[in-house]
Design a protein around this ligand. Structure first.
Ligand code: SF4
Ligand code: SF4
Length: 324
């Protein structure tokens, strides 16, 4: 019998606009609670988490996990190992703040907006729920990682109060996905030893292409904000380039993007991805990766090697490009 394990399931709560999931994935995911109706219930969450962990352990893939790449086969040395290895599900170790969709950009590839079309507004405040989780000792304070997705934190009213609540409770690890069209001064309050990672998807190296993709004229503002953040905080700054067919999938644009990376002198990692509408979202529409996508990726990889910047091809893009 095959046995599976999903680490995300064991540690995560992902707060979505009308529900809480155990994970963030393009599979349907496992829904555990409907906060919209104010029936968020941590006891239920624990019960369901155990149920799904056991299903995977006994080789059954829950329906919501079909198509997800995050559950992995788990080998046990013997039958005792299988029965006595317990997963620690008692405390929350990762919180994904994803319950809102407000954003000043309107990216043409925004999967969040496509997925949540029609159920767009933020339905609840997250702050009281997190306060409650802390009060009930449901969070692993020493090991908590917080990831902000969305929407964009620059448009989230609760952002500063959430950050201060996490900081007050000793959280040291933050991963923030943002367009950084506005500066985020609260990040300057983070204690020195905190780990702050900022992911910004620029997807372009020119103002025109940025405007075409994001539908806002803000490239220069974003570059200024990146510089400010690198001066005022210890942020690890990662820039992303999502390759969009017939929009930015050319060597000139990639070169301009890489020139910006060089000028900034504060970028830790450059990552490349492929528009999820092509490879993940519309599964019935088979997308052939054009051969020049490989050249674009190599161009970026070579640049990063020469300039000693980390390079990463995102997991789904890697999987699709390796398939060919
Ligand atoms: S396998 Fe995927 S869909 Fe299932 S719980 Fe893990 S991350 Fe979520
Ligand atoms: S910045 Fe993010 S949330 Fe906003 S439109 Fe773009 S992809 Fe969507």
């Amino acid at each position: 019998m095959k046995s599976y394990k999903c680490e995300i399931l064991e540690k995560t709560l992902n707060f979505l606009p009308n529900k809480v999931n155990f994970c963030c994935s393009y599979a349907e995911g496992l829904n555990v609670s409907y906060v919209k109706d104010k029936n968020f219930n941590f006891a239920d969450i624990k019960k369901n988490k155990k149920k799904y962990i056991n299903q995977l352990k006994f080789g059954k893939i829950p329906a919501g996990c079909y198509g997800c790449i995050d559950y992995k086969e788990k080998k046990y040395t013997n039958i005792l190992d299988f029965f006595f290895t317990k997963s620690d599900t008692s405390l929350i170790k990762q919180i994904i703040v994803n319950h809102y969709k407000q954003c000043d950009c309107n990216c043409i590839y925004c999967t969040q907006r496509i997925i949540w079309d029609g159920d767009y507004e933020q339905n609840y405040e997250l702050l009281p729920i997190i306060q409650d989780l802390y009060e009930h000792n449901a969070i692993d304070k020493d090991n908590l990682q917080v990831e902000f997705q969305g929407g964009d934190v620059t448009a989230l009213n609760e952002f500063e109060s959430l950050m201060r609540l996490f900081m007050k409770n000793g959280c040291k690890c933050y991963d923030i996905h943002t367009n950084l069209t506005k500066y985020l001064p609260v990040l300057e309050e983070l204690p020195f030893q905190s780990l702050l990672s900022i992911q910004i998807s620029l997807d372009s190296g020119t103002k025109e292409t940025y405007r075409k993709i994001k539908q806002i004229d803000a490239l220069e503002q974003v570059l200024d904000n990146i510089k400010m953040l690198s001066i005022k905080t210890n942020a690890i700054i990662n820039l992303k380039y999502i390759i969009i067919k017939d929009v930015n999938d050319n060597s000139y644009e990639v070169n301009q993007f890489l020139e910006l990376v060089k000028e900034l002198r504060c970028v830790n990692e450059v990552s490349f991805d492929i528009d999820y509408r092509d490879i993940v979202l519309y599964k019935d529409k088979k997308f052939e990766i054009p051969s020049y996508y490989y050249d674009i990726v190599k161009q970026a990889e070579d640049f990063c090697r020469e300039n000693r910047i980390m390079f990463c091809l995102k997991e789904y893009a890697k999987m699709y490009m390796e398939k060919k």
